[in-house]
Design a protein around this ligand. Structure first.
Ligand SMILES: NC(=O)c1ccc[n+]([C@@H]2O[C@H](COP(=O)([O-])OP(=O)(O)OC[C@H]3O[C@@H](n4cnc5c(N)ncnc54)[C@H](O)[C@@H]3O)[C@@H](O)[C@H]2O)c1
Length: 257
């Protein structure tokens, strides 16, 4: 309503989504933020407002259609539309294949793939009405390489790569771009809980496992969430006006090895 562009980002309570929310707010966007973690979600909103940015947090499970449609409507009404959608919310499942239950499978698929589908479903009509828009989906190195004990997680990320390609063609006639980002290891609560689980299971220390997982990156370190937010912002912005249907690996050489 105030002439600013509007971004809607999912999974903004912690990690990469939080970094994206802060980045877009600093670039002058109104930021609509969706997450199931209300305590940390509100904190992100407060941090952005303390810097003079414009943001609203809405408690929303991206795998629940009624919550997604209501949240999208709230952001669109408050800010006058949605110019950019960042489908970042996700959960990881690190478990040997034969220990995975159907309910685990369904939850990971519903959040990672289903959430991306639902957000696109409810945001695209707003973008089509404006004949412009940009969507960035969060994939992963796990969608590119076979990662042990990441079968279901990797499958959802591979599906996001395919969804991104097909949707990019389908919505191109409305001048809407659809891309994805595939991070390597990023220092977030998700990765740290992964490493803790692996350390417990293999009877190693957290630091021992961390060292091995850092070495998957050519610079022998994990990314800061802001390094991923930079790539997301680039793909979402007009600087990427001729880029659609593609995936940007931000993995410090992991897949290139
Ligand atoms: N951290 C990594 O190394 C890494 C690597 C590759 C890809 N990714 C992807 O990046 C994205 C962000 O991950 P992160 O590392 O920042 O993790 P994170 O756990 O720090 O953040 C994920 C956020 O999503 C939220 N969330 C989870 N389920 C939700 C739901 N159903 N509805 C709404 N919000 C929900 C969480 O509350 C959290 O705030 C995920 O899609 C993840 O798969 C992460």
């Amino acid at each position: 309503m105030n002439g600013k562009k509007v971004v809607l980002i999912t999974g903004t309570a912690t990690g990469i989504g939080k970094a994206c929310a802060i980045m877009f707010a600093r670039k002058g966007y109104c930021v609509g933020m969706l997450d199931i973690n209300e305590v940390e979600g509100q904190k992100t909103e407060q941090e952005i407002r303390a810097e003079g940015g414009e943001a609203v947090f809405i408690a929303c499970d991206v795998a629940v259609e009624a919550m997604v449609s209501a949240a999208v409507e709230q952001v669109a009404t408050q800010y006058g539309g949605v110019d950019v959608l960042i489908n970042n919310a996700g959960i990881v499942l690190v478990r040997p294949f034969d220990e995975i239950e159907w309910a685990d499978f369904m939850r990971v698929v519903n959040v990672n793939l289903g959430g991306t589908f639902l957000l696109c479903k409810y945001v695209l009509p707003l973008m089509k009405a404006k004949n412009s828009g940009s969507i960035v989906n969060m994939a992963s190195v796990s969608g590119h390489v076979g990662q042990t004990e990441h079968v279901v997680y990797g499958a959802t990320k591979g599906a996001i790569l395919s969804l991104t390609r097909a949707l990019a063609w389908e919505v191109s006639k409305w001048n809407i771009r659809v891309n994805s980002v595939s991070p390597g290891s990023v220092d977030t609560p998700m990765l740290r809980s992964d490493i803790t689980l692996e350390a417990n299971r293999t009877m190693k220390s957290f630091d021992e496992v961390k060292k091995v997982r850092e070495a998957e990156q050519a610079f022998n370190r994990w990314a800061d969430p802001m390094e991923i937010a930079e790539a997301v912002y680039f793909l979402a912005s007009d600087a990427a006006s001729f880029i659609t249907g593609t995936d940007l690996l931000v993995d410090c050489g992991w897949v290139a090895k």
